[in-house]
Write a protein that binds this ligand. Sequence first.
Ligand code: NDP
Ligand code: OXD
Length: 313
Amino acid sequence: MSLLIALTWEPKPWVERFRKYLPDRDIVVLGENLDRNAVRYVATWGPKPGSLSGLPKLEAIFSLGAGVDHLMGYPDLPDVPIIRVAQDNLTNRMSEYVVMHCLMYLRDQRRYDEDQRVKRWDAERTPPIAGDVRVGVMGFGVLGQDAARKLKVMGFDVAGWSRTPKNVDGFQVYSGEEGLASFLNRTDILVSLIPLTSDTAGILNRSLFEKLARDGALGGPVLINAGRGRLQVESDILSCLDDGTLKAATLDVFEVEPLPQDSPLWLHPRVTVTPHNAAVSEPEATARYIAEQIRRHEAGEPFQNVVDRGRGY
Ligand code: NDP
Ligand code: OXD
């Protein structure tokens, strides 16, 4: 029985790691001589249309990332459980990214970078402390809650927003449409960690930015989007930066990736661009996690982190 790797990335590191953690299985890559009847599991990211069909013994599909929007619109998606990545290696990377960018805004680091470039010694400014800054984490799941806990250790005043109501020790969690305006109204730094679904596409738009707090210690609201690019309306981000509705933005994800060369986001003085690598799926940790899910399944235990197809995440 085999595990099929269906990827748009270089498969070699994945093949090596899956062979290490599943030594008794055939690890096959799509495109190689493939016995479709032998495939029991698929590990995939952005599979080409048709590549997941005609696998009669398939028992599960593993997304190689935390997000599954790359699978949700997939034609003829086999009716087997879809399991997403939720493990510490990826979660810690995301929290590092979120905490770092919140601290950069707190301490106005981009401005000091510029001062250094022009050899300007400006010791007059006193930045706020973290406790003066309200961070709103939009999407209070695995990644959002871990980032929130680590932001709180730094002293930030953190709240969350999720689809359904939840009690999370130490945090005020707003939920649903009815909680959104109050959540935004108390937010100086908006951190987006929600999945891309039919409900969330385009949610990061002018109308939402206009509801962010205008009385904060940073002198204007800031957006950090490390969720998905199609959550954001880039023309709205640009116009909101121009008219002061937003003070700055850190974007790891974009409507079109790689970010096109002619995008004004690249050179905008108040935009920080990173190449969708806030939290990469590292092959070693991800293969270990998937091997453990297969072990659980074959021992009669339930898979963990199964995607709800109805919700789309
Ligand atoms: P989870 O499923 O654990 O959490 C998702 C959260 O979003 C939940 O709190 C959920 O609410 C909330 N949510 C979903 N839909 C809505 C909605 N319509 N309104 C309000 N809240 C909503 O996912 P993860 O935390 O593991 O990952 C989040 C996303 O991060 C991924 O889907 C992916 O897109 C992105 N990501 C980006 C990476 C990068 O490198 N840039 C790396 C990894 C992930 P509820 O709790 O009620 O279900
Ligand atoms: C993910 C990602 O969803 O890397 O894991 O974007």
